[in-house]
Write a protein of this length. Structure first.
Lengths: 532, 258
């Protein structure tokens, strides 16, 4: 069967096999057959990429790209760099495997198909399969899941997540609440430990999933916003990559009809979670304030994790453990450094072989420096929250949307289970905002508009265009944009590097060419183009 | 070894010479890393080199940090099948994730003493020709400290005993520790003693400008007393950058990547 959009020929054959259990298609194999090879290789790759994009949304297909022998006569550098762009593109859109077999060899799907058969059998909502044989559950915050998209979307089962609190503000509670609510909504058992006197009472503050109607309107609004924010010229460069952005706003639907079965829900802090979610069977609350040591908590965790042992092939019933403020001063164990470390080590050992995620929050200011480092090393995923002072004029000048921000979230370490490759993403710091005081969102930091009348060297005229770019490839396109618009493009590097690239405007006296040292990855990128 | 693809790390460690005798035998290697840059990829690389078909090494891997499945998956992508090697008795895995030494009052060092005895018994139980080529790997020492409830003296004793094995049996000892844990302590005895004992010190740090997607960090290799065919030479320091990938790790001199 041919893909409808792509009847135009290319002589590269792309075979997509669907492995989605939810949409029981028969094996539809979209093929694109070709004309003789006058078609340039870039066009072939674009066609195949677009073809894969139209199937991307519905499943996690495996694609085998087999190129006929004539391609092999191309110089390997040009071929490989173009293939590498399609590889990286395909990987970003979460296809399970792409193999380029140079016609003589068959595509190597066997090792990947073993993984995928596990994928298709997992019918559990709330659990997603990812690369390297790991499974993921949602963190409860859509933006965080999206950030971890490249990992697999969420927290991997068997990992230990640590959140470093800020003693001045309880933002870690927002993260914890979303995490716990998400688990309860999916029916995943929860063990919650807290140093407060009434841990069970905390459950009353858990947010409820937002109603479906609101979700849709918000999606539409934000998409329109995105459309407005991008320069008209930029759209033509962003054309192919547009699906990436759109997909961000679409939550992963399993059955589609039922909002509750979404992988990640949007939580409304103004609506408390319905009581029927936290029955005794599903939620176990443990107070750690009065116990002499952590032995009791360890018992609880051990028995909880024993129920969620990982057996190969069984459908995963994931469990969640949330431990709040483990080294809080009101607990008796708080000055027993080695006791706490030993507890975390054994917890980590137990959770590695089970289908559960453990989130521990702790205030690092209460631990010694070397203990803090030990805790950080033991974490698989490490996040830290920081409070933002209210009325800080400097920060208000620097960041846009400062008024709505309640805090900052920094991702310091990302879980690397079953792999040795570190995950380095462009943006690691996000602002925590409560939209309409109800919804928790994380946003990349953006530079505030520069005040044109302040007499700085930026110049007086300006349309101010704000883009947050997260892809290095845009630098080239930015050069083109700046040349076309005949304007200067300013970039601020979070790592302290400032550069300025000038357009063809001869009036500007400082035309310092910025050498983009590609080995720097900025913490956040924001581009401001001064036009009128 | 000559026909394999040798990278900068292999050369820095002296693995570019003849593979018999194993260049690392009788030597102690310490890998240091920090939160931003994990040094476990060096360990994986050394496992792969030790288990290459041309050498006849046996690895005793004492794991405190990750279970066997984790290493198995990683090494498989690097081209080494740990399950087969385990069946061939070339890779012996001790899973110490749940080790917790008994509390003070009883013999606190009980757990570590037992561990040492287990290692010794394993080495003695090996067939004669394999006994000369044992590599002991410990991942990682900071968790050994936690298992010993903070008794760093016991950990040091354990390490000294393992070090004695390097001279007794000519085995090599490779350990991993986190240097940033000790950098804020007043008397970081453990790490100082380990650095003193080590013949080869490999340090993985981030670049001074931070983390990047192209360059994951820099490695500094201090090789004390490299031995060449012509004799022993003095200390040699190597510094280069690296980028970790699924199937391989790329090492390159600073600035030599386009």
């Amino acid at each position: 069967m041919r893909g409808s959009l792509f009847e135009s020929p290319a002589w590269c054959r792309v075979q997509c096999q669907r492995h989605c259990s939810q949409t029981p298609h028969k094996k539809e194999v979209p093929c694109v057959f070709g004309r003789p090879p006058q078609l340039p290789i870039t066009k072939i790759i674009r066609l195949s990429a677009a073809l894969l994009a139209c199937h991307r949304r519905r499943s996690t297909p495996t694609a085998a790209l087999s190129l006929p022998p004539r391609v092999c006569s191309l110089p390997p550098e040009s071929l490989s760099c173009r293939l590498s762009t399609i590889y990286s593109w395909v990987r970003k859109t979460k296809l399970c495997s792409v193999d380029a077999a140079m016609a003589t060899t068959k595509p190597r799907l066997s090792s990947f198909s073993r993984n995928l058969s596990a994928v298709s059998s997992s019918q559990t909502p709330g659990v997603k399969c990812g690369p390297n044989g790991t499974m993921f559950v949602s963190s409860g915050i859509a933006d965080l899941d999206r950030y971890f998209e490249i990992l697999g979307g969420g927290f991997p089962l068997g990992s230990l997540v640590m959140v470093m609190e800020d003693a001045e503000a309880p933002h870690h509670m927002l993260l914890l609440r979303n995490f716990m609510s998400q688990g309860l909504v999916h029916g995943q058992p929860l063990l919650y430990a807290s140093p407060s006197k009434d841990p069970r009472g905390f459950l009353g503050t858990l947010p409820s999933p937002a109603s479906l109607k609101h979700d849709k309107s918000r999606d539409r609004e934000s998409e329109q916003e995105k459309g407005l924010r991008i320069a008209w010229q930029y759209k033509k460069y962003m054309g192919e990559n547009q699906p990436n952005f759109d997909s961000h706003r679409v939550t992963h639907h399993y059955s589609g009809a039922d909002n509750k079965q979404d992988y990640c829900n949007e939580f409304d802090f103004r609506k408390p979670l319905e009581r029927h979610y936290f029955t005794r069977q599903r939620v176990n609350c443990v107070g750690i304030q009065h116990s002499k040591n952590l032995a009791a908590l360890q018992e609880h965790c051990a028995s909880f994790l024993a129920q969620h042992q990982r057996n190969d092939g069984s459908s995963a019933l994931a469990g969640r453990i949330a431990i709040q403020s483990l080294c809080a001063p009101q607990c008796e164990h708080s000055n027993m450094d080695w006791e706490m470390l030993s507890f975390i080590k054994s917890l980590k050992g137990m959770v590695r072989s089970s289908n559960a995620v453990v989130v521990i929050t702790f205030p690092p200011s209460l631990l010694s420096l070397s203990s803090t480092k030990r805790w950080q090393h033991m974490a698989d995923t490490l996040l830290s929250v920081a409070a933002i002072p209210d009325e800080d004029k400097e920060l208000a000048k620097l960041l846009s949307g400062y008024q709505d921000m309640v805090g900052l979230l920094n991702v310091q370490k990302v879980a690397r289970l079953n792999t040795q490759v570190p995950l380095i993403l462009e943006a690691t710091t996000f602002s925590i905002k409560l939209q309409k005081r109800r919804f928790l969102v994380l946003e990349c930091l953006n530079q505030a508009p520069v005040d044109g009348s302040s007499g700085s060297s930026y110049g007086t005229s300006g349309v101010f265009l704000q883009l947050s770019l997260t892809q290095k490839c845009y630098i080239e396109q930015l050069r083109m944009v700046s040349k076309e618009m005949d304007r200067a493009v300013y970039m601020k590097f979070g790592g302290g590097e400032k550069g300025r690239e000038s357009g063809n405007n001869g009036k500007r006296s400082e035309t310092r060419e910025v050498s983009f040292q590609m080995s720097f990855t900025p913490i956040f990128w924001s581009v401001s183009v001064n036009g009128e | 070894m000559e026909n394999q693809n040798l990278n900068l790390l292999d050369r820095a460690l002296g693995l570019d010479g003849p593979s018999e005798p194993w260049p690392l035998s009788g030597r102690v290697v310490l890998i240091e890393d920090c939160v931003e840059t994990s040094g476990s990829f060096v360990l994986h690389q050394l496992v792969k080199r030790s288990l290459s078909p041309t050498s006849s090494n046996v690895i005793i891997f004492v794991a405190f940090a990750n279970p066997f499945s984790h290493y198995d998956r990683i090494l498989r992508k690097l081209g080494c099948n740990l399950v087969t090697q385990r069946d061939n008795k070339r890779f012996i895995f001790f899973d110490m994730l749940m080790l917790r030494c008994p509390d003070e009052g009883k013999s606190s060092e009980g757990g570590l003493v037992l561990l040492y005895e287990k290692i010794l018994k394993t080495i003695c139980g090996l067939p004669g020709d394999k006994k000369d080529y044992v590599t002991i790997m410990i991942d990682d020492i900071s968790l050994v400290e936690v298992a010993a409830n903070g008794g760093s003296d016991y950990v040091l004793d354990f390490l000294h005993y393992c070090h004695a094995l390097t001279s007794e049996f000519d085995c090599s000892l490779i350990t991993l520790n986190h240097e940033d844990i000790y950098s804020s302590m007043e008397r970081p005895t453990l790490i100082l003693q380990m650095e003193y004992l080590a013949d080869i010190l490999i340090k993985a740090e981030p670049l001074s400008t931070g983390l990047a997607t192209d360059v994951h960090g820099q490695l500094t290799v201090l090789n004390k007393g490299t031995s060449h065919r012509l004799g022993r030479s003095g200390n040699k320091i190597h510094n280069f950058h690296y980028k970790v990938k699924e199937n391989t790790v790329e090492y390159f001199y600073p600035g030599s990547r386009v």
